[in-house]
Design a protein around this ligand. Structure first.
Ligand code: HEC
Length: 136
């Protein structure tokens, strides 16, 4: 009887532990490792999901949600400064997206407004742009 009870308790603990792990695995994974040729879908979009879409959702002037962000960024002029593209392929320095991330925006605030992406995340965005800003 005592053994059965112990086994039952152990089983319950295992089930709870598995449930907890499953909860963790649904959290979005944002890589903080620099890649020479980052992929838009695997390396860049997760950054937007974690740090930007709370403000830049489907109803705003800049939609950074998955499936819509690419079309909103690449070769699209910035509202804040129409002389710049939000993303100019192979020219991260003059892409308004990077200017905002590096607090060099000519006519608007730093992005995100509070806090900051990590240096490695910004580097991956720049590497993605400078290697052609592919929708990959
Ligand atoms: C707390 C809300 C908030 C968050 C979080 C936020 N933004 Fe913004 N963003 C704004 C607002 C408001 C504007 C418009 C005013 C401005 O340019 O300062 C804006 C403007 C921009 C612009 C300029 C768009 C244009 O065409 O003029 C870019 C690029 C941008 N955000 C990128 C980002 C990125 C990338 C992130 C995530 C790393 C981010 N933002 C996070 C609120 C936010």
């Amino acid at each position: 009887m005592k053994t059965t009870y112990a086994a039952g308790t152990a089983g319950l603990i295992i089930i709870l532990a598995l449930a907890a792990c499953q909860g963790l695995s649904t959290a979005p994974a944002v890589s903080d490792t620099v890649k020479a040729t980052p992929s838009f879908a695997s390396d860049i979009q997760p950054i937007f999901n974690a740090s930007c879409t709370g403000c830049h959702g489907t109803s705003g002037g800049l939609d950074l949600t998955s499936g819509r962000s690419y079309a909103a960024l690449v070769n699209v002029r910035a509202n804040a400064d129409p002389t710049k593209f939000r993303v100019a392929p192979e020219d991260a320095t003059n892409s308004y997206l990077v200017m905002a991330l590096e607090n060099r925006a000519t006519n608007g605030g730093k992005m995100p407004p509070s806090g900051s992406l990590t240096g490695n995340q910004i580097q991956n965005i720049k590497n993605w742009i400078n290697t052609g800003a592919a929708n990959n």
